[in-house]
Design a protein. Structure first.
Length: 145
């Protein structure tokens, strides 16, 4: 599975909200780096939980109101991608409660086309604080189901 397939599969999973497909895309020993958790999270189950929660949180306001920069809020979307043979940097943008969130997903995969490392970085500080609070709530809800 080449690099375009990993990224295409990731986009399909997000578009279709098919988080069960992460079972195939993620390596068993994948490492997830959260912007709001101090230690890396290791393993497919915990990474799948965090990625599912993150999409629920970062999905955006999905309104067509104007954000603080005067731009229309359109929910989560990737705005730039840099892809190599084993890595991708996917810059995203979304709006949460009127706060514009800008971030990057750094993804690395193995020769089998499975993600082995997933790092999320977010800016500005106001966005990190918003994501932190909402992720805690979402993770608790997902853990209880």
């Amino acid at each position: 599975m080449g690099s375009p397939n990993v990224v295409k599969t990731w986009h399909r999973i997000l578009r279709e909200k098919d988080f069960d497909a992460l079972d195939t895309l993620l390596a068993d020993d994948v490492v997830f780096h959260s912007p709001v958790v101090h230690t890396p999270q290791v393993g497919k189950a915990i990474t799948k939980l965090y990625l599912s929660a993150a999409f629920g949180v970062l999905g955006g306001d999905k309104s067509h109101s104007k954000g603080s920069a005067g731009e229309a809020d359109e929910g989560f979307r990737y705005v730039r991608e840099v892809i190599s043979d084993t890595d991708a940097a996917l810059e995203f943008r979304t709006t949460m409660d009127g706060i514009i969130v800008n971030g990057v997903d750094l993804i690395r995969w193995n020769d089998d086309g499975q993600i082995i490392d997933f790092k999320v970085m977010i800016r500005p500080l106001k966005a990190i604080q918003k994501v932190h609070g909402m992720m805690a709530t979402m993770l608790e809800r997902l853990k209880s189901t």
